[in-house]
Design a protein around this ligand. Structure first.
Ligand SMILES: [Zn+2]
Ligand SMILES: [Zn+2]
Ligand SMILES: [Zn+2]
Length: 276
């Protein structure tokens, strides 16, 4: 499998629109990997993870071939992960030729997508399935086995995170969530060992608080990794990535690196691709 990180920031991006705090000033000056658009990823060039307002920008930056993308998993309904207004581009006259795009989202995200599809009468251009935490399903064509897990994040946004399997390889995409709810662990154990973990790191190094609920920091990510190793679903061969950063965590990309490297963890940046 391959994961391509299209965007790696929380809602406000890095540097943040309007902000001139130290992290934003230094990120702006450094450029390159210090600059982050909002979180979105693409698996094998085929399975899209989240659909935010930076999708047009990502499509141009990475020259995305939409004829290969048939499915999109939505983590939750916050606008840095789901921006329903841009679904209209699937309809005439904005888009002329494309595959039906199948969206999967839990309740609130499902409602927002369904409402938008209804409003612009484009039922034959897009499909949406309502999924729930704990539910296992296959994407269209049966390419990916997916398990939706309960996330520790704003409940009104119907948050889930995803375990994804293809051809015996497995990855976990856990954004946005704090420390996993207890009930997630037996589900993960049943799903199988992970080749790649992608964990929420909004709080960066976690020097300004631990970040246990809603989001995590490197400190709490290490606790989750330890727990996953203790139940046998992660090990030293598992690729570990931290992703979804905010200036509120307090560190720039390069300030994250030494501490993450000490623990064998990759700090995601826009454009990063990993084969596993
Ligand atoms: Zn987010
Ligand atoms: Zn800032
Ligand atoms: Zn969120």
């Amino acid at each position: 499998m391959n994961i391509h990180y299209l965007g790696t920031a929380a809602f406000e991006g890095v540097p943040v629109l309007y902000c001139s705090c130290r992290v934003c000033r230094e990120s702006l000056a450094a450029g390159g990997r210090a600059l982050r658009t909002r979180s979105q990823a693409l698996v094998d060039g085929e399975l899209l993870l989240d659909f935010n307002a930076d999708t047009v920008c990502h499509s141009l930056m990475y020259r995305i071939d939409w004829s290969r993308i048939g499915d999109c998993l939505i983590t939750h309904s916050h606008s840095d992960h789901l921006y329903p207004a841009d679904l209209e581009m699937l309809a005439d006259p904005y888009s002329h030729e494309h595959r039906i795009l199948h969206f999967y989202a839990a309740r609130d995200g499902y409602n927002k997508i369904a409402e938008q599809i209804e409003n612009i009468s484009m039922q034959n251009r897009v499909a949406v399935t309502c999924i729930a935490p704990g539910q296992e399903f296959y994407t269209s064509g049966g390419t990916y086995r997916v398990l939706a897990l309960p996330a520790n994040h704003a409940p009104q946004a119907s948050p889930v995170f995803y375990a994804i399997e293809r051809g015996g390889k497995r990855m976990l995409y856990a954004h946005d969530t704090g420390l996993f709810p207890e009930e997630a662990y037996p589900m993960l154990e049943k799903f199988g060992r992970f080749d790649l973990l992608s964990l929420d790191c909004t709080g960066c190094l976690g020097l300004q608080g631990e970040w246990r609920d809603g989001h995590m920091s490197l400190r709490t990510c290490l606790q989750v990794i330890g727990r996953l190793q203790s139940i046998g679903v992660a090990d030293e061969k598992t690729v570990k990535v931290v992703n979804h950063f905010s200036h509120n965590g307090g560190q720039t990309y390069s300030e994250m690196l030494p501490e993450a490297e000490k623990h064998g963890i990759i700090v995601a940046y826009d454009g990063l691709q990993i084969d596993f």
